[in-house]
Design a protein around this ligand. Structure first.
Ligand code: ATP
Ligand code: MG
Ligand code: MG
Ligand code: MG
Length: 573
């Protein structure tokens, strides 16, 4: 690329809403331009980095045996109703109507559509396992879009979905993706950590996030340097490690009928032994709205944080003024002794969306239980089996001794750039995605899903790699790997010749080089390329050429180095 033919849009000032370095630097370097809150245009410079991120992801996904396809951005509501997420997803799901008043969504993720594809395409055990992925625009109407591409509303994600015959197969697929993710982020030159994680609104039973380590990260990670155990501290606030189950209609009816349910029914509803339902239940009631019966939310509670969020109307899905029922009401509602109801504490949105009329009651219950999660912890965080640590996460501080005495715990901040989920049959059961097994009987497919935030990765890489002058790209992601800065381009034939020769040689070697032929002063050129973050700069001027020398400077180096002209190519490859 020649700079005179490229679009360089560097700016002196950062936008006033840019709170963190990557947002400021991406805008100042001319990589992104804001169109609306959380919605950005990727300028030619930014798109080059996105394409590099995508290329690495594609190579590793293909290497791991995943198959690329492309699913639509706009998806019919019916599929989301079938999975239950039309009701469960909350305001992050952007819903729209077509000219016939039919409901659609802009996809925030694609479990429904891929499961629909699988149930139509996969009939026999012979066709399994399969892993499909796409790299596609997502839309999530985030409550607080901020930090530029880091928390956008429109963003690009790579999402993959595996289908297997049984749990053991699904575990293998999960492991293959986990390994592919380790390779992907290592190739990008990032410092990262895989951590045990909460499954959020995607669901499933076990999951790991891939966190790029950076002080500006929104997530807190606790890890044990001795054992490499690591977990997202969100887990402490999410005792509901989310086992979603289809509850029998009979049980739902009982629980929604005041006085009808016993502890055992509630436990059955949540899919946990009754003995584990200790002092953790409360019920939130949504006020009646015109034409709609009040919705009832069953919550498992612990601590205060999320409760306060609900009260302040800040928790997604609870903005519409849920109130908490009193212990007495809850007890009545559940048909149990008030003593069974513990103090209202931290709530994970474990919901029974139960219309009191029962008629519209959802068949789905997101059940979760603190105790279940501890014990199950040993399984889902299979390679990180420290359930005690998980239980105590909330109170961990930097330097605490590890529970097993293996060392001291440390806390870091991280940016979630990838997330792998073991889904089990959550979606295949809801959408009835079955195949015929070896005996000819229909069986549910076992699923996993695996996301990478393509555009968020740009921000994360910059948070980890920048200095006062600008971005410092890891070479694998840099928009250009080498920039050639001729001093006196307009005046000196010798400079033009040497610079053009090196440029052509680099291109011939497959190096992504840019030749700054704008005839700018060195100060202007250097400031631009330091801000943009090109890892290697070669400066060519008349004075040096007379001695057969040019200047080489790595973006992280304190000073330039004079080298022989002949060394320029081998040293910049
Ligand atoms: P977060 O906790 O940051 O909201 P998430 O857990 O909701 O993320 P997932 O559903 O796990 O996100 O999606 C997979 C990946 O997509 C995430 O690991 C992240 O890298 C990326 N991602 C999610 N939300 C956004 C967003 N608003 N903007 C950019 N990337 C995002
Ligand atoms: Mg999110
Ligand atoms: Mg998260
Ligand atoms: Mg996630």
């Amino acid at each position: 690329m020649r700079a005179s033919q490229f679009h360089i849009g560097t700016l002196k000032e950062a936008p006033s809403d840019a709170e963190i370095p990557s947002h400021r630097l991406m805008t100042r370097a001319g990589m992104i331009r804001k169109l609306a809150g959380g919605i950005y245009s990727y300028m030619p410079l930014g798109l080059r980095v996105i394409r590099k991120v995508e290329a690495i992801i594609r190579e590793e996904m293909n290497r791991a045996g995943a198959l690329e396809l492309l699913m639509p951005m706009v998806q019919p509501a019916e599929l989301w109703m079938e999975s239950g997420r039309w009701e469960q997803y909350g305001p992050e799901l952007l819903r729209l109507k077509d000219r016939h008043q039919r409901d659609f969504v802009l996809q925030p993720t694609s479990e429904e559509v891929i499961t629909d594809i699988a149930r139509n395409e996969i009939h026999s055990w012979r066709q399994l396992p399969k892993n499909f992925y796409h790299i596609q625009t997502k839309f999530r109407d985030e409550r607080r879009p901020r930090f530029g591409v880091m928390r956008g509303r429109e963003f690009t994600m790579k999402d993959a979905y595996s289908f297997d015959r049984d749990e053991a197969g699904a575990q293998k697929s999960y492991d293959a993706m986990y390994a592919a993710y380790m390779r992907i982020f290592a190739r990008m030159g990032l410092e990262f950590r895989a951590v045990a994680a909460d499954t959020g609104s995607i669901g499933g039973t076990r999951s790991h996030e891939f966190q790029v380590i950076a002080d500006t990260g929104e997530d807190l990670i606790v890890y044990n340097p001795a054992t490499q155990y690591a977990a997202n501290m969100e887990l402490a606030e999410a005792p509901g490690l989310i086992a979603e189950r289809a509850a029998p209609a009979e049980t739902l009816r009982k629980v929604a009928t005041p006085g009808a349910a016993r502890c055992e029914d509630v436990a059955a509803l949540l899919g946990v032994p009754a003995s584990k339902l200790v002092k953790t239940l409360a019920v939130a009631v949504e006020p009646e709205q015109a034409g709609a019966a009040p919705a009832v939310c069953l919550l498992l509670l612990r601590g205060d944080h999320e409760l306060n969020e609900i009260k302040a109307g800040k928790l997604p899905g609870f903005e519409r003024g849920f109130r908490f029922a009193s212990d007495q009401e809850v007890a009545e509602h559940l048909g149990c002794q008030p003593g069974f109801i513990g103090p209202v504490g931290l709530a994970r949105t474990v919901r029974v969306i139960a219309d009191r009329t029962v008629a519209n009651m959802s068949d789905f219950v997101c059940g979760a239980n603190q105790a279940d999660h501890h014990y199950a912890g040993a399984n889902w965080a299979r390679d990180l089996p420290e359930p005690d640590l998980v239980a105590d996460l909330r109170n961990v501080v930097d330097g605490d001794p590890a529970p097993d005495g293996s060392g001291r715990l440390a806390i870091q901040r991280g940016i979630e750039v990838g997330h792998v989920f073991f889904l089990g049959t959550k979606y295949s059961a809801a959408l009835k995605a079955t195949y015929l097994d070896e005996t000819g009987k229909p069986a549910l497919m076992q699923m996993g899903c695996y996301g990478i935030g393509v555009t968020r990765l740009l921000g994360a890489a910059i948070e980890q790699n920048h200095d006062a002058r600008g971005i410092v790209w890891p070479r694998a992601l840099a928009p250009f790997e080498v920039v050639i800065c001729p001093v006196g381009w307009g005046k000196s034939e010798a400079v033009r010749e040497a610079a053009s020769k090196l440029y052509e040689d680099l291109l011939a070697q497959g190096v992504d080089a840019i030749l700054d032929d704008r005839d700018e002063r060195p100060g202007v050129m250097f400031a631009d390329w330091e801000l943009i973050g090109v890892p290697v700069r070669v400066t060519i001027g008349d004075r040096g050429l007379k001695e057969g020398q040019i200047e080489l400077q790595g973006r992280r180096d304190a000073a330039a180095e004079k080298i022989d002209v002949a060394e320029a190519l081998p040293r910049t490859l």
